[in-house]
Design a protein around this ligand. Structure first.
Ligand code: UTP
Length: 406
């Protein structure tokens, strides 16, 4: 794209200020900026006032509960182990997020939770997966999604740590796509004189980003039928847990979802349900009193299982998931930027908008889902903040309770 074309593209969306510093830039910087303008999909900006799409009709979706899991444990375990040993199961770590709430200068997975010795978040995750590798005697393919913001640090860190004992050739890093960021009025932020501010486009981007990186070929070549997709910040979760894999395979569904029983009817978690007959997640603020009071056939609350961002997707179903059918979430965040005078600003409170598509919206595009209950204290230690709820502090306590030395 040349300068004239860039000007036209920006004029058509009222964002001419992007070229404000163009005259001061070196030739390679000019080139880089023109390329970014060319490649960026600015249509997201028209969504700044989206309040979330219309929701359909909700109804309960029952979960496979601990009682049943315990009764069928051997059967589930055997089926899962078979899927793992035959190489049909892979793992995918979502590590493209910016982790802004944690306020750590490096990728979240590099955070050291240790007290008497180092224990990195990435290390906890790899160790958890290694447990299954050891039990199954099978190296599980591990995909790691990063973004252009944290890819180099992440890759270098894994190398420096010798992949925490994982087989290097079984790990594949790939970068997710980015979306432009703007202020609360839709004006694009610049992160440098030669660069529009961007942020990762949400964790639903994992499948299309994998395809763009040509990794669907690995899925096909290696006969991978199931992918366990999980978040970087839950240091207790079991990954490719054989019983979960077995339950999902035997239920013959499009996706399995690990869930935890809600701590209270009004707990602030999204819960699994059906929406117009398809699996979905209803946010806590969308639950009516009637839904909170609804009971299942055992007299338990009917909307009782919160998702923990650990899903086992059937790969054959993923082609049905298309990004343009998923809602765009408009999220207020702290976005560092440079002013029109070229000064750097690091805001201390949310000053702008990021656009994200979320993995939970992928679920709604699939035809069937098995919510699978896990014990919260054993499998859910999310790290979003430094202290308080869902924090380094609370995760350390939970790790200790689960016998992990810190
Ligand atoms: P969060 O929304 O909790 O993480 O994503 P975040 O965006 O990194 O954190 P904050 O809100 O800025 O503090 C849950 C999971 O999804 C991944 C994150 O890395 C985390 O594992 N994620 C999120 C991506 O991989 N890409 C994204 O664009 C967003």
């Amino acid at each position: 794209m040349d300068l004239e074309q860039a000007k036209k593209k920006l004029e058509s969306i009222g964002q001419e200020h992007v070229l404000k510093f163009y005259g001061e830039l070196s030739q390679p910087q000019q080139q880089a900026l023109l390329e970014q303008i060319d490649e960026t999909d600015f249509s997201v900006l028209s969504h700044i006032n989206d309040k979330g799409g219309e929701r359909g009709e909700f109804s309960p979706l029952s979960a496979m509960q601990l009682g049943e899991i315990n009764e069928r444990r051997q059967e589930l375990y055997d089926a899962g182990m078979q899927a793992i040993r035959s190489g049909k199961t892979a793992a995918l770590l979502l590590a493209g997020g910016m982790g802004t709430r944690l306020g750590f200068d490096h990728p979240k997975g590099m955070y050291d939770l240790g007290i008497t010795k180092p224990l990195y978040i990435f290390e906890c995750i790899v160790k958890n997966l290694l447990d299954v590798v050891k039990k199954s005697g099978t190296w599980i393919r591990l995909f790691i999604m990063t973004s252009e913001k944290n890819n180099d640090d992440t890759v270098a860190f894994f190398k420096e740590q010798n992949y925490f004992g994982y087989r290097e050739d079984k790990i594949v890093f790939f970068k997710q796509s980015m979306a432009p960021c703007c202020d609360m009025n839709g004006r694009l932020y610049m992160e440098a004189k030669d660069r529009i501010s961007t942020s990762p486009n949400g964790n639903a981007g994992w499948y299309s980003s994998m395809v763009r990186a040509g990794l669907d070929k690995i899925l096909a070549d290696e006969g991978i039928e199931w992918i366990d997709v999980f978040a970087v910040d839950n240091v207790l979760q079991r990954i490719c847990d054989p019983c979960f894999v077995g339950a999902t395979v035997l239920a013959d569904v499009s996706v399995g979802a690990k869930v935890v029983r809600k701590a209270a009817p009004d707990e602030k978690v999204g819960v699994m349900c059906l929406e117009d007959g398809r699996p979905s997640i209803v946010e806590y603020y969308e639950l009516s009193q009637e839904m909170m009071d609804a009971k299942d056939e055992n007299g338990d609350p009917a909307y009782n299982y919160g998702v923990i961002l650990n899903y086992l997707f059937r790969t054959a179903e993923l082609e049905k998931v298309t990004d343009d059918k998923m809602p765009l979430h408009v999220v207020n965040k702290k976005i560092p930027y440079i002013t029109d005078e070229g000064e750097n600003v690091s805001p201390t409170s949310p000053n702008g908008i990021k656009f994200e598509q979320l993995v939970l919206d992928m679920i709604h595009q699939l035809s069937s889902c098995l919510p699978y209950e896990v014990v919260r204290e054993n499998e859910f230690a999310p790290i979003k903040n430094l202290t308080g709820i869902d924090s380094v502090e609370s995760a350390r306590e939970l790790l200790k309770k689960n016998g992990v030395e810190l």
